[in-house]
Design a protein around this ligand. Structure first.
Ligand SMILES: [Zn+2]
Ligand SMILES: [Zn+2]
Length: 134
């Protein structure tokens, strides 16, 4: 079971998993939303995903042209997970919110063309300039 919560503890989520993909997204939207050089993301099925607590949805136009929806705690503003409209069957958990961050084992880095030089991780990841072609 994958579980996680925000900084203040008011909002949380759980998913039976498994992780369908694990990557770090370096797009400019993720940089601005998080204030960092990228967001570690773990994809799970939306059908078995449950969230609790006060969650606000922030919608912006994503790289797909469909709205990217970021779900944040209404109390403390922590980024928790994404619910992309371009992939309604998926939830993208922001790995730093996991109760056990060791459950995140990144494999890919995407949008590396937009990655600042200081944000390259010291990990062997498969790098994609933008979205990987499926
Ligand atoms: Zn919170
Ligand atoms: Zn991104």
């Amino acid at each position: 079971m994958l579980t996680g919560r925000c900084l203040c503890g008011a909002a949380g989520y759980e998913s039976p998993g498994p992780a369908l993909f694990s990557l770090v997204c370096h797009c400019r939207d993720c940089q601005r939303a998080s204030g960092s050089g990228g967001v570690p993301v773990l994809g799970v099925a939306r059908s078995a995903f449950v969230s609790t607590g006060p969650i606000k949805q922030v919608r912006t136009k994503g790289g797909s042209g469909h709205p990217a929806v970021r779900n944040i705690c209404m109390e403390c503003g922590s980024l928790l997970f994404g619910t992309p409209e371009s992939a309604p069957e998926l939830v993208t958990i922001y790995a730093g919110s996991l109760d056990d961050p060791a459950h995140f084992e990144p494999r890919d880095a995407i949008f590396v063309a937009q990655r600042p030089m200081w944000a390259k991780l010291a990990l062997e990841l498969v790098e994609h300039p933008a979205l990987p072609s499926a």
